[in-house]
Design a protein. Structure first.
Length: 211
């Protein structure tokens, strides 16, 4: 568990949870994933995500989970999709600046903070990762950043490469830098990670001397 202390999960809420009305299966699925996400945050590793543990955290019977997920592996896969969705939401919220260069900075900072502030979740994404370009779950996040690079190119910030390629380059580079902070002997330094993201993003643009 990479040296993380084991903490006691949230108390059983089965006595307080109100049963979902019939026809609200998607809502229950969301509650199951939210409960699994809390356990992962509290206990720090994939081994913390068990059917019985998630059922206790969500305040439901284990059988209710099996209605949505065939087994633990399917539940963990669902949690991976859930976390990629959270990441995409964070990038969407961050990229609202009217200045596309600032929007790009804000998006990459949001990515760094998500990775550094959610180590258990990020490690799970890494262990289930595919290549950046071949990862369908990551595609919406990549598309958002590529769209921001495209906005930059259209508003006077010429790129050295295509917007899509620039997005992949930045994601791969920042991912590598953040991954170092998740190694056993590295100390997390958020400021250093954000500065690296800024410097790497800047390399995607042509400088005046290149014109």
């Amino acid at each position: 568990m990479n040296g993380e202390a084991i903490r006691t999960p949230s108390p059983d809420r089965s006595s307080t949870r109100t049963r979902n009305p019939r026809g609200q299966g998607e809502r229950l699925r969301g509650e199951i994933l939210a409960a699994a996400s809390r356990l992962l945050s509290e206990l720090g590793g994939e081994q913390a995500v068990t059917i019985r543990g998630v059922a206790r955290a969500a305040g439901i019977a284990p059988a209710s989970i099996y209605e949505h997920f065939a087994d633990k592996a399917a539940l963990v896969d669902g949690l991976v999709e859930y976390d990629y969705h959270r990441l995409t939401q964070a990038l969407t919220a961050a990229g609202v600046s009217g200045d596309p260069r600032q929007a790009l900075t804000d998006q990459m900072h949001a990515y760094c903070r998500f990775a550094l502030e959610n180590p258990g979740h990020y490690r799970l994404l890494l262990t289930r990762r595919k290549s950046v370009q071949g990862n369908a779950s990551l595609s919406p996040a990549l598309a958002l950043v590529a769209g921001t690079f495209e906005r930059c190119a259209k508003t006077g910030y010429p790129l050295r490469m295509s917007a899509e390629r620039a997005a992949v380059m930045v994601f791969v580079g920042v991912h590598g830098r953040v991954a170092l902070f998740h190694s056993d002997d590295a100390e997390t330094d958020t400021a250093a990670a954000l500065l690296f993201a800024d410097e790497l993003s800047g390399l995607m643009f042509l400088s005046p001397d290149d014109y």
